[in-house]
Design a protein around this ligand. Structure first.
Ligand code: HEC
Length: 254
């Protein structure tokens, strides 16, 4: 089941971070699990709606807030409130040729249909690959930053841990290297195994370079393919074990 929009997302409208989050999620889509009102929704796969214009995204977010959540003050919700970093990444995916532009418009119309369905609350588990052929940084922005934040700091109070200064520690204990790929956000994205390996290597280098042990081999496409085919039954449980093993080595992470 998809998480509810009604009487849920409205609580984000009160703070600047919440507003940023509301604008970001439709652009990046969401993969993985999310907890709403104590109910955990596993294996969501909401596609990115980056193909919609900024104005369309703003009006859809406004509609959900007004109709389903009774949020009256929407004056803050303008195209300008969409996060600039995501807009910049999305701009670069814009087609250059006319043929591509035409295809893109058809995609946008298809997306609008899909978005209407999603808003009706029927399902958010639609597999749209999205722009796949990007750099690790762009793939991060489009597929991960919706939950993990543009700078990897996550949202610890909502259960999304920070990756900054922690990720490399996972490589020091049993099952940790595997976990970084098997965790739902990494393993269930629509990215190819090769892009995922590049993304994982980029995450370590970018958010946690000092903690990565010397002589660590980068993830290969084959390793990532094998791990993605071997999903975790209980990601939070496995994470807790790893955190405990790190603690025994004197390394504290949240
Ligand atoms: C729906 C929100 C969401 C999205 C989108 C998401 N993640 Fe996550 N991610 C989480 C949560 C929550 C955790 C904590 C582990 C858990 O409870 O599953 C996590 C944990 C992780 C971890 C392990 C770090 C730790 O401290 O546990 C990695 C690595 C990771 N995610 C990578 C990614 C990558 C790469 C992407 C994009 C391809 C991504 N995630 C997208 C929510 C998300």
């Amino acid at each position: 089941m998809a998480p509810p929009l009604a009487s849920n997302v409205g609580r984000h409208a009160g703070s600047p971070e919440g507003r940023n989050y509301l604008a970001r999620v439709p652009l990046t889509g969401m993969v993985g699990s999310i907890t709403v009102d104590g109910v955990r929704y596993l294996g969501n796969n909401m596609p990115s709606f980056a193909a919609l214009s900024d104005a369309d995204i703003a009006s859809v977010v406004g509609y959900v807030l007004r109709e389903f959540n009774g949020v009256a003050d929407l004056t803050w919700l303008t195209r300008a409130s969409l996060p600039a970093c995501v807009k910049a990444a999305v701009r670069r995916t814009k087609p250059t040729s006319n043929a591509a532009a035409c295809r893109r418009r058809q995609e946008v119309r298809a997306m609008q249909k899909v978005l209407t369905l999603a808003l009706l609350g029927m399902t958010a588990s639609l597999a749209w690959a999205g722009p796949d052929a990007g750099s690790p940084r762009m793939n991060y922005m489009l597929h991960c930053s919706g939950c993990h934040g543009p700078d990897g700091s996550g949202s610890p109070s909502s259960g999304v841990p920070s990756m900054r200064g922690t990720l490399g520690h996972f490589l020091k204990v049993k099952d940790g290297r595997e976990f970084l790929i098997q965790v739902p956000g990494t393993s269930q994205s629509s990215l190819s195994h090769r892009d995922t390996a590049e993304l994982a290597n980029w995450l370590l280098k970018t958010f946690s370079p000092l903690e990565v042990p010397a002589n660590t081999l980068p993830y290969s496409t084959e390793e990532v393919a094998r791990l993605r085919n071997d999903p975790l039954a209980d990601a939070p449980g496995r994470r807790a074990e790893i955190v405990q093993h790190l603690k025994e080595q004197g390394i504290a992470i949240d």
